[in-house]
Unconditional design. Structure first.
Length: 265
């Protein structure tokens, strides 16, 4: 990032967790510049051997993200819009395919492209009463173009995904939990502390972080190919884990009837 470029994505690490914060108040909407910074943050976390979990959130308490900046889309050419969406797709696919667990902390409204970012995460945890989710792009005469039509149809029954997108309606976090679109809702009090505690549970010595990441990778990659190819991916990832120190420790601890001490190695 150049010295004149505005920081739109804050990146910090603590105890094995990379915290990636979308920072463009009031609604944390994203531009091409923000998506490039998000891309860089994902790569930074991917290459850091001391990072085991990626945790995405929006700055403040009102919005995780309201999606792409509409004023920006209104000002640029159709060609720019195309490449903007292409790069955003590439960025979110990189997030989805990173073999480390990715948690989205939905601290506020998560709509449009904001939900598309959250859909590329592995687990979504919302703050009770904190906001709504939805893909209302139809109201602008367009479709959810950053993976929304594809990921929502994989997260929900196809008819419900079509219903939400064609009606352009927003649903609250509690309804989204019932749909299975959100994994957990935490109480507003101590919300962030509880999210961090949950993220920490996947870091060593609590969990074998390599196994967590390869489970995620096996599911994400295997779901997009044939069953036999998915089994091949699973076997190869399992063989990698069999060679790890954590697998030796986990198996030995089970035999010795003690708690394992994982090291992510």
């Amino acid at each position: 990032m150049t010295t004149t470029e505005k920081t739109l994505v804050n990146y910090t690490t603590t105890n094995g967790i990379a915290i990636i914060e979308l920072t463009n108040p009031p609604a944390n909407t994203y531009s091409h510049e923000m998506m490039r910074q998000l891309d860089e943050a994902i790569l930074r976390a991917r290459f850091d051997d001391d990072v085991h979990v990626l945790l995405l959130r929006g700055q403040g308490e009102k919005f995780f993200s309201a999606g792409a900046e509409i004023s920006m889309l209104n000002a640029v050419t159709p060609g720019f819009k195309y490449y903007f969406c292409l790069h955003a797709n590439e960025t979110l696919t990189r997030l989805e395919q990173t073999p480390k667990l990715v948690i989205a902390a939905l601290n506020g409204h998560t709509v449009g492209g904001g939900l598309e970012i959250a859909l590329a995460c592995d687990i979504r945890i919302a703050r009770r009463g904190g906001g709504k989710v939805g893909l209302p792009e139809v109201n602008l005469g367009v479709l959810p173009g950053t993976g929304g039509t594809q990921r929502l149809a994989r997260a929900l029954p196809k008819n419900k995904a079509i219903e939400l997108m064609t009606e352009g309606k927003l649903i609250n976090f509690e309804e989204a939990l019932d749909f299975g679109l959100i994994n957990y809702i935490y109480e507003a009090e101590n919300y962030w502390d509880e999210v961090m505690k949950y993220a920490q549970s996947f870091c060593p010595p609590n969990k074998a972080a390599k196994a967590v990441g390869r489970i995620k990778r096996s599911v994400q990659s295997g779901a997009e190919v044939s069953f036999s190819e998915g089994l091949a991916i699973e076997r190869e990832l399992q063989q990698l884990l069999f060679q790890s120190e954590d697998a030796k420790e986990g198996i030995a601890a089970y035999v010795e009837k003690r708690q394992p001490e994982f090291k992510a190695r």
